[in-house]
Design a protein around this ligand. Structure first.
Ligand SMILES: C[S@@+](CC[C@H](N)C(=O)[O-])C[C@H]1O[C@@H](n2cnc3c(N)ncnc32)[C@H](O)[C@@H]1O
Length: 270
């Protein structure tokens, strides 16, 4: 059993209230879905796609509208219920991305966006995800992922120095979050404490989550061990970089900034 404090296990204001998640992180231009579709096309992926950690389903629905046959998978029942009603098209199912089973070779690609892969905190969990992907993917299948870059935190403290305050409003209620990030070096985890307040009289809520700090070379190593060839591994442009990715933009040569973008192909099938 997993016993750690991932976002999926404790309560999480945004994951438990998907409409707030979309209000807080609007992606009105569907950049994440478009970027993922661009990667799939550039490497000629087949039509069957698994969106791991699909959240509200907006990326899964974009890929569905682009003509793919999509399964959206998430651990949060609230997210899955929201996805089924607000972003119909894909089939949505409850899955723990740290170890899951679909019929063998039932997908041509797995996409894993917005740091969902980093909910694998331990090496065993990362092995669990990659072994599950290998079973679920057809030979030559792709893994497309977008996440924080652990290497960004080497020698940089700008995200760690002071709490970040941010806010948004929805249906007349203003929400404000104060976020403190810290690095657990031995565990290679980025830990986040976030306190939410709202001006509707509800008491403040404190939430903790954590993401694995994975380094580019470490990712190459573990992917190779699971039979994947790395096709792209770079820090942008991507859907959450500044400036953001635009149609036609090609991957840059570096893997230094705070987001990491991965395309890998399964070449050694068991
Ligand atoms: C940051 S959101 C990403 C949502 C979506 N992919 C996007 O880019 O908008 C992370 C999602 O991962 C899900 N999640 C967290 N831990 C998970 C796990 N162990 N297995 C499956 N999903 C998980 C959460 O429920 C949440 O919906």
């Amino acid at each position: 059993m997993h016993t750690h404090d991932t976002a999926a296990q404790g309560s999480n204001l945004l994951t438990d209230n998907p409409e707030l998640y979309e209000a807080r992180f609007p992606d009105t231009e569907r950049l994440a879905g478009r970027w993922a579709e661009d990667c799939l096309r550039r490497y000629a992926a087949g039509p069957r796609v698994l969106d791991l950690g699909c959240g509200t389903g907006r990326d899964a629905a974009y890929l569905h509208a682009a003509g793919r046959s999509v399964v959206g998978a998430d651990l949060s029942d609230a997210m899955l219920t929201y996805a089924r009603s607000h972003h119909p098209g894909p089939r949505y199912t409850r899955v723990d991305l740290r170890g899951f089973q679909f019929p063998r070779r039932s997908f041509d690609a797995v996409v894993c966006l917005d740091s969902a892969l980093l909910y694998c905190h331990t090496n065993a969990e990362l092995d669990g995800l990659l072994a599950s992907c290998r079973r679920a993917l057809a030979p030559g299948g792709l893994l497309v992922a977008e996440m924080r870059n652990g290497a960004f935190f080497l020698g940089r403290t700008e995200l760690l120095d002071a709490p970040a305050v941010s806010g948004f409003s929805r249906q007349g209620v203003t929400y404000e979050s104060t976020t403190t990030l810290s690095v657990d070096r031995a565990a290679q985890l980025l830990r986040r404490t976030r306190v939410w307040t709202a001006d509707d009289g509800s008491p403040p809520v404190e939430q903790r989550s954590a993401w694995r700090l994975l380094f580019p070379q470490e990712l190459r190593y573990v992917l190779a061990a699971h039979g994947f060839d790395v096709l792209d591994l770079h820090d942008g442009p991507g859907p959450r970089t500044e400036p953001p990715w635009k149609e036609g933009a090609m991957p840059g040569p570096t893997a230094d900034a705070d987001r990491l973008h991965l395309v890998a192909r399964l070449t050694r099938h068991t």
